[in-house]
Design a protein. Structure first.
Length: 226
């Protein structure tokens, strides 16, 4: 029997690189906002239950999204950084009721349902947390304005979301890492810092994160293809 899985969507970012008039999660994408498309995609995964969406306390856009005002979707206050937003949601989740939690970027609206289900199946079967990722394909360079060195790409992966972990373990890892001032760029980094195993689950490269203006057009194309 599959245990209940809670879902956290951090959506408190401002998306400065988009240079838009609003945060990227509220930009229009195929007749809805990016955030709404992301929630709709995850709602197609039957294993996922209660959703927690972390938005800024003074967010003027979320209240106007009627599609997100429904049972099963809970708004929580976002924090200064992604890790704070996720932790704010985790402290509201009963780990006994939802022993596993899935965290997914608000700006990844085209993740494949089959990839999410593969992540869930692998993590539960091996009883370990994991993330969707793809192996690095391109030649990797390190540098600023000039190349300093070529980095061996063997063994390098692009880390995506969703990321799935035992609820209590992730909550404790985030609390400890933040208290210690550790760099927490995603949930996996907090678990790594805590010495917990993290599985790499191969996903599809079309699970893009909308970061720049041209990403919207690409996401629209992928939505049509899916």
């Amino acid at each position: 029997m599959i245990p209940k899985i809670a879902t956290v969507i951090p959506a408190a970012g401002v998306g400065k690189r988009m240079q838009a008039d609003r945060p990227k999660q509220y930009l229009e994408l195929a007749g809805a906002t990016v955030l709404e498309q992301t929630v709709r995609r995850l709602q197609q995964v039957p294993e996922l239950r209660q959703f927690y969406i972390a938005v800024s306390t003074d967010d003027p856009y979320y209240p106007g999204l009627t599609s997100l005002q429904q049972p099963g979707l809970t708004r929580v206050d976002g924090g200064a950084e992604r890790a704070n937003s996720v932790l704010n949601a985790l402290v509201q989740i009963d780990a006994a009721q939802y022993p596993w939690v899935l965290v997914h970027d608000a700006a990844r609206p085209v993740v494949r349902v089959t990839d999410v289900q593969l992540l869930i199946a692998r993590c539960l079967s091996e009883n370990a947390g994991g993330i969707l990722a793809t192996p690095v394909r391109d030649t990797m360079k390190r540098g600023g304005t000039l190349v300093e060195q070529t980095v061996e790409r063997a063994g390098l992966w692009h880390a995506y979301t969703p990321q799935l972990f035992p609820t209590a373990l992730l909550r404790g890892a985030l609390q400890s890492a933040l208290a210690a001032g550790a760099a927490v760029t995603d949930e996996a980094s907090a678990m790594e810092w805590a010495g917990q195993p993290v599985l790499l689950i191969p996903g599809h490269a079309d699970n893009i994160k909308i970061t720049q203006a041209e990403d919207l057009a690409l996401a629209r194309f992928y939505l049509e293809q899916h």
